[in-house]
Each structure stands twice: as C-alpha cells, then as structure tokens.
Design a protein around this ligand. Structure first.
Ligand SMILES: [Zn+2]
Length: 511
C-alpha cells in the first residue's frame, strides 16, 4: 500500500496486565522467506495464540496485505506468560511494520492495547488503566486503544490517547506526522469529589465508639466493634472511610488501576481520589473475598478492591472459616497470593479492616435476654480468634443508648483532626518503611519508640497483669496515635491510659 517493502524485522510496544499491574510487552515481528505461516513465541497463552487468526482476518478485511511468507512473532520478556486479547492490535501493527506497510518511525513512543474483531474493528479490553500506567512509566508518550477505553486511558497523566473504532482508522492516524494526529480529548486528572451522604453527625451517642473511629482513622488501626443487633455498629463502621485523608497521586492510580481490571471503573467520573470501601456480605465465598482466576483473567476479590481503603465485615463470625482464615495473609503482608494453574502471583491487598460482631449468636449477651448456651457462645467467639483478632488494635464494646444522647461532631470536623495527626505521624515516619502508627514493627517499637517513663510504667503493669506482650504492643501503637491527635511529642501517661480503654472494653466476645 505504501512505504518500502523490504523491512524484515519490526518492533512495537504492547501494553497488557499481569494480575492487577500493567506490563509492557515488546512485540517483535520478523518476516522471512519460507513456507507461509505465522508462529508466536514467548509464553503466549491460548488467547494470545488465537491472535494469529484474528489479526490475519482483521488485516485482510481492513484492506492490508497479509505477507505470503514466514512470520515469527516474539513476545518479550520471554519468561512471563502473556495473556488476554489486548495484544491483537500490537501484533497486527507489528506485522504491518515488518512487511513495510507502515514505517517503524510511526510507532516510536507508542503503546497499543486492544482486541481485534475479524472485521478489523477495535474492541475494548479490561485493565487499560494499569496497562497505560506501565506504558507511561516505560517512556511511551501515546497509547492506542478502542474508543470505549479512551476515557480510562486518558486518566493516566502524560499520555496522548489515540482511539479508533477500527484498525484502518488507527493506521491512518499513525501514517500522519505526530503533530497532525487526532488524539482523544485529554481529560487529565479529573478529581471527583462526591457530596457525602454519610456523616458522623447522624450517629447519636456512642462517644467511645466515635473516638475509636477517630483513632483508627488517624493511626491506620484495624477496629473491632461488638454490640447487640441494631445498635449502630454498621452505621459507625461505614463512616470510617470518610474520615481518611484523600489518596495521594500514586495511590489514586493504584486504586483506579484495580477498578479498571475489575471492570468496575466509571471512567467518566475520573481518577478515584478517595479510599475505597468494600462491605462484602457474610455469605460471600472465600474466592470472592480473596480473588480468583477465571479462564485467563484475574478477578480481584474484596481484599484487593479495598486496597488503600476500608474492608468492612459486618456480622463477621458468620463468614465461612476459609474466608476468615484467608484474611491472615493480606493482614500480614498487604498482599494476597493467588495460585492457580492458569495464573499465580500476588495482588495488592493493604486495607484497614473493620469488624462488627454480635457478642453471641442471639446477640443479647449481657442484657439478660441471651438465650444461647455456653457451648454456642464459645464456638461463636472462637470463629474470630487467632491471627485476625490479634491484629485488631481498637476494640470497642457498644452498649444500648440511654435515649437522651446528643448528636456528635461532623465528619468534616473529625477529619481535620485526623489529617493533622497523620501529618505529624507522616513527618516522624518520613524515613521509615511504614507510614502509619498501626504498622510500626514490633521489633523496633519497644527499642526506638517507647512512651515516656510514666506511660511505660502503665505498660509494664499491663504486661504483669495479662502476660501478653502483643497486647501491650497494640496499646503502645494506639498511644502514639492518641499522642498525635493531642499534639504530644511522645505518648505520655494520659495517652497510654486512653489507649488502654480501647483494649479492655471489648477484650472478649463471650466471657
Ligand atoms: Zn446469646
């Protein structure tokens, strides 16, 4: 059609996803004399193998020539498995370059990501946001996608978006000088601010629980709330996420990328700027909580969708044991490992956990109305024992209201204090691997970050009484957060005493 037909080796960039992260795949195409045919090397999975047939039909049906020679497509890095149909467009473009139908210069700085229909149409794929992030990080200045993916791709700063409804339209654009190409509208970083329908001021009474939420938000602590049904545990828990500060620009992209892979991104609303909130039902399977692999596609679970935000488990002891036990790994490492034949790897899962539970199966333990026997109570409590429970710093027991409890402060007021405390903590931890008090490692906590002498005395008393170092560590971490909220340079006796309230109050589910 045009150009000189003797180039044999061409190179283009494909952008794809591995798990919930983007990856650049360098597509090399070599056209040589030999028996006509096409082979793909470099760990392609079945969907990428099928690209051979889709690209052949798409190219010929779009009016291009299919080289009557031997075509070899090599995908690099060779050691990672390539999956998904998003490599169709880069493979087809690579064949056009290698056969001299498109110049190699026209694809410099360009990444491509779209599936091809047999008629040459471009089809959207999932996970365009992480693919575009990877492209930008690798130095690409433009990305070609299907029109349905254009808004998503344009959420990533620094990339021009080239969107075409079919292969011929994209190639026409690529043949133009860069300055004459028509790029999709660049939305930049549209930051969405939602009118907030939930406010702490709607919750009456429960002063202790409100303070617990404030501490949890300021220090990144996991929180456990126990109380009879209908007392407001869910209403309080849902309000934690609104107390958290906005995501920074890197976090915004990470959260937006996960939503893109999950097919849950409203691209018209822009980059996600607020921490996500996930509240799976207690009937949710372990797979839907932790993530699964469907065919070749990774389907993030609630723990990943809640990354950098809040995971709320209401009626937590009703969740299945595999689901609860599966939380252990993300709580420890901030990631969840999926290990299936089709795909194995880690997904991000660093969330703040909020657990709400009744004190016993019937819910009325401690009120004189409980109808459960002691075995039922013990079994119920045991479901929340062990590693998950150990990590719950802030523990609150909610008591029925007396009826004359006043409304509290608004979310905006509390969030101001939370943000101020986070700034203090962030400055203190600026050279550490953790950003919030809840993540101060136990090893360094006593040695480098103890409370003052009076505060330490209270900690030693607690240890002598309970014999639990781990429980005492939780108190020190919370005391740091209370000190940050009060503007103290180091936790004092008052901060430690306040932290102790969030420990003893809800020590046991059923006792
Ligand atoms: Zn009961």
């Amino acid at each position: 059609m045009c150009g000189v037909r003797e180039v044999a080796l061409a190179q283009v960039w494909g952008a794809t996803t591995v798990g919930v992260e983007g990856q650049i795949v360098v597509v090399e195409v070599d056209v040589t004399a030999g028996l006509p045919g096409i082979g793909v090397v470099g760990l392609p999975d079945a969907s990428v193998q099928e690209a051979r047939w889709r690209t052949r039909s798409a190219l010929t049906n779009s009016g291009f020539d299919w080289p009557g020679q031997r075509i070899t497509v090599s995908l690099a890095p060779a050691e990672t498995r390539k999956h998904g149909s998003g490599l169709d467009l880069p493979i087809a473009t690579g064949i056009l370059c290698a056969s001299g139908q498109l110049s190699q210069e026209s694809v410099v700085g360009l990444a491509l990501c779209a599936e091809l229909g047999l008629d040459g149409s471009l089809r959207p794929v999932r996970g365009v946001v992480p693919a575009a992030i990877a492209a930008a990080r690798a130095g690409a200045t433009a990305i070609a996608v299907a029109p349905e993916n254009a808004r998503e791709a344009s959420l990533v700063p620094g990339l021009m978006v080239l969107a075409g409804s079919n292969l011929a339209a994209i190639i026409r654009q690529l043949r133009l000088p860069i300055t004459e190409r028509i790029h999709a509208q660049i939305l930049g970083q549209t930051v969405l601010t939602l009118e907030n329908p939930r406010d702490l001021a709607d919750v009456h009474g429960h002063a202790m629980a409100r303070q617990g939420l404030e501490v949890a938000a300021a220090g990144g602590h996991h929180i456990l709330m126990i109380g009879p049904p209908g007392i407001g545990k869910s209403m309080l828990s849902e309000r934690l996420v609104d107390l958290l500060p906005d995501l920074d620009s890197e976090e915004q992209l990470a959260v937006t990328a996960i939503a893109s892979v999950a097919g849950a991104l409203d691209a018209a609303a822009g980059v996600i700027s607020r921490p996500p909130f996930q509240a799976p039902h207690h009937a949710a399977s372990a797979a839907s909580l932790l993530g699964r692999v469907s065919g070749q596609r990774v389907v993030p679970g609630s723990v990943t969708l809640a990354h950098l935000g809040v995971l709320f488990l209401d009626e937590a002891p009703e969740f299945s044991r595999p689901a609860l036990e599966g939380l252990r790994q993300p709580l420890e490492s901030g990631t969840v490992r999926l290990d299936r034949a089709q795909w194995a790897g880690r997904l991000p899962a660093q969330f703040q956990l909020v657990i709400a539970a009744n004190p016993c199966p019937c819910g009325w333990l401690g009120t004189g109305r409980c109808t459960c026997n002691s075995l039922a109570r013990r079994n119920y409590a045991a479901k929340l024992s062990g590693p998950v429970r150990d990590r719950m710093d802030v523990r609150i027991r909610l008591a029925p209201l007396l009826g004359n409890d006043a409304a509290g402060e608004t979310t905006a007021t509390v969030r101001e204090r939370v943000e101020a405390a986070r700034i203090r903590a962030g400055f203190r931890w600026r050279e550490c691997s953790w950003k919030v008090n809840a993540r101060i490692p136990s090893g360094t906590l006593r040695r480098d970050w103890p409370p003052d002498d009076d505060g330490l005395l209270l900690i030693h008393n607690l240890e002598n009484r309970t014999g639990s170092m781990r429980g005492a560590d939780r108190v020190i971490r919370m005391a740091w957060t209370l000190a940050d909220l009060a503007g103290h340079a180091r936790p004092n006796r008052e901060d430690v005493a306040a932290a102790l309230c969030f420990r003893d109050d809800a020590q046991d589910l059923a006792s």
